[in-house]
Design a protein around this ligand. Structure first.
Ligand code: ZN
Length: 207
């Protein structure tokens, strides 16, 4: 297992009798932890019995909602959800914090519902979310961010979503068609820069 997070396909049939769930059906769900990690199983009320629960690490009950066709609009712009999916696909561990923040954002927007929290043997908390519309199950490790880290990661995520933190205006586009500066012009610019720095008593940062 290269990364800890994963998305499991929607569970649309009963594990025991293979009946396909219809919109509004009661459904019992459980998690089992095996060699392949967490596996989710769903049961119709007729098949759900105490024996099914034996060895389960998590159990919950819900109502099945038939997944709608994917909205076309979702393909056009990056949303918190598409960003989350892209990041999970990369299997890049550096995205762990951002993935967690995005999952929390989607939970607040009632797109994901937290169904369970598992604590692995190594102490890592795994939050189990269910997508309300598609029925997919998202397994998201909780990096247990400190408040300062949380703020930092949130700002990063807002930037990735194309927003500007604190309503800052977008940076002005670079002057187009700029010609390569000659050595003379460079020296002149440098002199100007120095003057400006002296006048305002501020240092120039960046180039
Ligand atoms: Zn069944």
């Amino acid at each position: 297992m290269s990364t800890d997070w994963n998305i499991q396909a929607p569970a649309c049939t009963c594990t025991a009798c293979q009946k396909t769930f219809a919109d509004g059906d009661q459904r019992f769900s459980l998690l089992q932890f095996g060699a392949e990690g967490y596996a989710r199983h769903d049961y119709c009320p007729a098949c759900w019995a105490e024996k099914e629960r034996a060895g389960a690490t998590g159990v919950w009950q819900g109502v099945f909602r038939a997944p709608p066709p994917p909205p076309e609009e979702a393909l056009k712009k990056e949303t918190a959800e598409s960003l989350l999916r892209h990041m999970m696909e990369t299997e890049d561990e550096r995205h762990g914090n951002a993935i967690f923040i995005l999952a929390v954002m989607l939970e607040r927007r009632r797109i994901l519902v937290e169904r369970d929290v598992q604590t692995r043997d190594d102490g890592m908390k795994i939050r189990v979310y269910e997508h309300k519309k598609t029925n997919e199950t998202f397994f998201i490790p909780d990096p247990q961010l400190k408040l300062a880290e949380l703020t930092h990661v949130q700002e990063e995520v807002v930037l990735l979503l194309g927003g500007s933190p604190l309503g800052a205006p977008k940076p002005a586009p670079q002057a187009a068609g700029q010609t390569a500066p000659t050595a003379e012009a460079k020296a002149e610019a440098k002199a100007e820069e120095k003057t400006a720095a002296d006048e305002h008593g501020s240092s120039t940062d960046g180039v």
